[in-house]
Design a protein around this ligand. Structure first.
Ligand code: PHE
Length: 504
């Protein structure tokens, strides 16, 4: 019979299994190979009909935070037992808190009695012979061993402690460890495999993994067998440095608007109330302006206003509608309030500045920037977040242009489920909220939009229709990355940062 040459790993595994079946983990240990290499060799031998791979359920355990804590701080009843022994093995229950230096000793007493290390005699605790020897600590041993495996899941066979005793002792002890079922793969030779091995018909095939000068000079390369690459094998993952996923989304947003012919603008993060609120016809007693909603600057508290003429036109519009034909808000407009500096609450401050600077149509402008509001942090809210604002200055522009532009933007960003719902903003009429469907959160509000009222455009010297919107960036990122919690974007969760998809 001719010899069959087997690659090194396969040959060694074959020999090991000829001695008896093994779990993959065990075989990997004995052969000093990675489990994935053992599995690859086993699959190859299985193909030849020499090895059978069976699956068994096995129970695995791991330590919890509470388990780690009790190992680090000591088991309360063990500490208590030692103190009682120092007292001659007998202590009045009343004195126990003093002895242990804590008010609540119920847990200590409970476990001393449960373990049979002490018994009660009247109002005293007395150490028993079992307590003298500190008998029955398989549970402590078990948790201690798990602690040694630092967060790994381990099967009982890798532990020395007696599992049955340990689990019995741990009953009612709270979550010191966790358990689950796991598939274990058992490798064994088939009858055919055993026959082939016994016949001595296989030998180790020495394969060359690297071409060396020696192989070339000696000419042995002519006859050598070169190992082929197996690109299906699991390999070590490499994680090079890369831009944060949120930064990538920002770049995509910019690209989307630039592709649609928009011009990008920026403006300061610290803004006067004038541009954040007043220029947007937001009344000075509007709740959004209150301290509970907006971050005001203490130092400096006030900023510079634009030229007097513009301020005057805005003031008149608030007070009586100015030249807009509107009645205005009918109150006294306070210039001091307009000077107050805030952390901008929306990037509509940015687009309205751009509008004031050059209101000549046609113009399409967008910006992406940080905004701040006094929000309570939850699944969908942050006090510091990004917005995407934009305006279209064009007499031909209609609501259809607005919805079409936003739908196209979201389509470019990979969200095709977009809806609009009538809404209200002090600076637009009509107004609409923008919704996108976001995984299991359902329809999520992405931002607001509308047509700027004449009370906004007229004082800035703009006679043309202006479409405007302000959208949340983080929510778009959630949609893209399938997150149901906005905070995840700012947690430095290294696993998520590594695995987050770069491309669509
Ligand atoms: N500024 C609004 C917000 O922050 C959104 C918006 C912008 C609404 C422009 C209408 C027009 O929610």
């Amino acid at each position: 019979m001719s010899q069959i040459g087997l690659p090194g790993h396969e040959f060694r595994l074959f020999g090991l299994l000829a001695e008896g079946k093994r779990g993959v983990f065990q075989a990997a240990g004995e052969l000093n190979l990675d489990q994935s290499l053992v599995m690859a060799a086993a699959l190859s031998l299985q193909k030849r009909g020499w090895v059978a791979i069976a699956e068994e359920q096995e129970e695995v355990f791991t330590i919890t935070e509470a388990g780690r804590k009790i190992m680090a701080e000591g088991w309360p009843e063990v500490l208590a037992l030692r103190r009682i022994k120092e007292q001659g093995g007998r202590v009045a229950l009343q004195k126990l808190p003093g002895l242990l230096g804590k008010d609540d000793v119920r847990a200590e007493v409970k476990w001393l009695l449960r373990r049979g290390w002490c018994r009660r005699e009247g109002e005293e605790l007395v150490v028993t012979p079992e307590g003298e020897e500190e008998k029955g600590t398989e549970d402590i041993r078990f948790i201690g061993e798990l602690a040694g495996f630092a967060g790994q899941w381990v099967s009982a066979e890798r532990l020395q402690a007696n599992l049955v005793q340990a689990l019995a002792l741990l009953k009612g002890r709270g979550e010191l460890f966790k358990r689950k079922q796991q598939v274990k793969r058992i490798l064994a030779l088939t009858d055919e495999g055993q026959r082939v091995w016994n016949s001595g018909g296989v030998s180790e095939l020495v394969e060359v993994t690297q071409l060396t000068p020696e192989l070339l000079v000696s000419g042995r390369w002519r006859t050598a067998r070169f190992k082929s690459y197996d690109v299906t094998l699991e390999a070590i993952r490499r994680y090079p440095g890369k831009a944060h996923p949120l930064q990538r989304i920002i770049q995509e947003v910019r690209r989307a608007f630039l592709e649609m012919g928009f011009e990008e603008v920026v403006s300061p993060v610290v803004e006067t109330s004038f541009w954040d609120f007043d220029a947007l016809f937001q009344p000075q007693d509007h709740p959004a302006r209150e301290m509970q909603a907006t971050f005001y600057l203490a130092i400096p508290a006030e900023g510079r206003l634009p030229d007097e003429e513009l301020v005057k036109r805005v003031a008149e519009t608030h007070e009586n509608g100015g030249r807009t034909g509107s009645t205005g808000w009918r109150y006294h407009w306070d210039i001091e309030k307009a000077r107050r500096l805030v952390l901008r609450t929306h990037t509509t401050a940015t687009t309205v500045r751009a509008l004031a600077q050059n209101p000549k149509p046609p113009r399409k402008v967008f910006c992406v920037g940080k905004t701040f509001r006094r929000e309570n942090i939850d699944q969908t809210h942050l006090p510091e977040f990004y917005q995407i604002d934009g305006i279209i200055i064009d007499e031909q522009a209609s609501l259809a242009t607005l919805f079409g532009t936003l739908a196209e933007f979201y389509r470019k960003m990979g969200a095709s489920d977009v809806r609009f719902r009538p809404s209200y903003f002090p600076y637009t009429e009509p107004s609409a909220e923008v919704f996108c469907r976001l995984g299991n959160l359902g329809w999520v509000e992405m931002g607001g939009s509308g047509v700027f009222r004449p009370e906004v455009t007229e004082p800035l010297g703009c006679r043309t229709r202006v479409l405007a919107w302000g959208l949340g960036l983080e929510r778009l990122a959630m949609l893209r990355f399938g997150l149901d919690d906005i905070r995840k974007l700012y947690w430095a969760d290294i696993n998520w940062l590594r695995e987050a998809q770069l491309c669509r």
